[in-house]
Design a protein around this ligand. Structure first.
Ligand code: UDX
Length: 451
């Protein structure tokens, strides 16, 4: 637990990268009382962030930027030289999946280190937050050292983030744990400095674990592998439920009461997508293979396969409900974001299904409360509507693919008057089957009985 005086500490912090992680981290660090300079090479992004406009939708983020920008504690720049003098430099750049491979592309992390190194001082600590293959931190420290000014010993700690989109601010200022990976002669001082950064949340009792570099790197990917496994487990049960005529939602409720299992992340449906879970489990398998531990993570291949199979099962169900072919059928797709409360469409199961239906000749119309612009950009050949009702006009089948609250509030009786054929397939198991059926709809779902 930090002492009371630590709570008054205000540090100068730099944040490298203003993607999802970087923007949220920078704004939250300013909110915690630190002075923050966030750097990105994209001038358009920096210009818009300086005006308080975030590049993505995240609940509470615009408000937070509106609060901390006028305080002067948060600035955005494209100029690396401005990070000089910061006590702590956070590396928050992305590690996407390499094109045509399972492995993660860590080039942005190394590029950030290269740009940062000449500006390091003896006192400054570099902190990696990006999700990286185990072993990256050790290599990164060598890279920082190679580029650091003469006489400066580069200091590096690994402090993975666990933020969920939609809850990113809460997960940053009040996470369920901090993990510090430290190494070398400055380890104790590095822990003390990180404790100053997080003095506020630590004082509220957030647990903090100190470990070595590889353990810290592994915590993040192991957590995501576990979450993906939990989701694919229940989706595998959904497949069995379909074969046996059982109900996966009731099964999950009953399993969840066992607190060794827990109900969270047991929502069966279209499976996981987004910028983290799919690519992180693939990169984890690739790295284990490099380490000669491929057998240990062989099961993740099956987790991935179960997940991908949900998407094709949804297309199969849609085809089946349309009389065996999607050719020329009107398909209304509710949802484009990979999950609700986000406009992120990276590896979105909803858009994957929409695109597959389109490829089979369906006339697809998509509606999403926040992700329309992003979806249009990446899938210009799909149709788009400005409302649920407009998307459903004359639809032969309605697919519920992202569980926005707005979709749970649809009046099925009113919607039945708009469609050609009142058939809904609930890909997220969050609509009320009784309500929809009583309004005259054929309600189908993944892993639930037909009637
Ligand atoms: C995830 C991790 O939760 C987070 O800790 C990490 O830092 C980044 O990756 P995120 O990608 O924002 O966060 O979303 P998450 O809430 O984990 O959901 C991932 C996907 O799983 C979504 O597509 C969601 O729809 C799906 N999901 C989640 C299910 O299909 N069923 C569930 O029960 C839960």
């Amino acid at each position: 637990m930090p002492t009371a005086s630590l709570l008054d500490v205000s540090l100068t912090i730099s944040v490298i990268g203003t993607g999802y992680l970087g923007v949220v981290h920078a704004a939250c660090m300013a909110e915690l009382g630190h002075t923050v300079i966030a750097v990105d090479s994209d001038p358009a992004k920096i210009e818009s962030l300086s005006r308080g406009v975030a590049p993505m939708f995240e609940p509470g983020l615009d408000e937070l930027l509106g609060k901390v920008l006028p305080s002067g504690r948060l600035r955005f720049t494209t100029d690396y030289a401005q990070v000089v003098g910061a006590d702590v430099h956070f590396i928050c750049v992305g590690t996407p999946q390499r094109r045509g491979e399972n492995a993660a592309d860590t080039s942005y992390v190394f590029a950030a280190a290269q740009s940062l190194a000449p500006h390091l001082s003896q006192e400054a600590l570099v902190v990696g937050k990006s999700t990286v293959p185990v072993g990256t931190a050790a290599r990164l420290r060598d890279r920082l050292q190679a580029g650091a000014p003469e006489g400066v010993t580069a200091r590096l700690a690994w402090n993975p983030e666990f933020l969920r989109e939609g809850f990113a601010i809460q997960d940053t200022v009040a996470p369920n744990r901090f993990v510090y990976g430290v190494d070398g002669p400055s380890a104790e001082a590095d822990v003390a400095l990180l404790d100053e950064v997080y003095a506020g949340p630590l004082a509220s009792g957030t647990p903090r674990l100190v470990c070595d570099f590889p353990t810290a790197e592994l915590v993040k990917v192991a957590a995501n592998a576990f979450l993906a496994t939990k989701i694919s487990f229940i989706n595998a049960m959904a497949e069995v439920c379909e074969a046996a005529g059982a109900d996966v939602v009731q099964l999950a409720d009953a399993l969840g009461h066992d607190d060794r299992i827990g109900r969270k992340f047991l929502n069966a449906g279209l499976g996981f997508g987004g910028g983290c879970l799919p690519k992180d489990i693939r990169a984890f398998m690739a790295r284990a293979c490099e380490l000669g531990a491929d057998e240990a993570l062989e099961f993740l291949r099956e987790i991935d396969a179960i997940n991908v199979r949900r998407r094709s099962r949804m297309v199969d169900l849609a085809r089946e409900q349309c009389g065996g072919t999607l050719l020329g059928k009107r398909v209304a797709v509710l949802g484009a974001a990979f999950k609700p409360d986000s406009d992120d469409i990276r590896d979105s199961p909803a858009l994957d299904v929409a695109q597959a239906a389109r490829t089979e000749g369906a006339v697809v119309t998509v509606y999403d409360p926040k992700a329309m612009e992003a979806a249009r950009r990446v899938h210009p050949d799909l149709g788009y509507a400005d409302s649920v009702e407009e998307a459903c006009i004359d639809a032969d089948v309605v697919l519920h693919l992202t569980e926005w609250k707005q979709f749970r509030q649809i009046d099925p009786a009113a919607l039945a008057t708009i469609v050609e054929n009142p058939t809904v397939i609930d890909g997220r198991n969050t609509l009320d089957p009784a309500l929809w059926r009583s309004a005259g709809w054929v309600y189908r779902a993944l892993g639930r009985p037909t009637v």
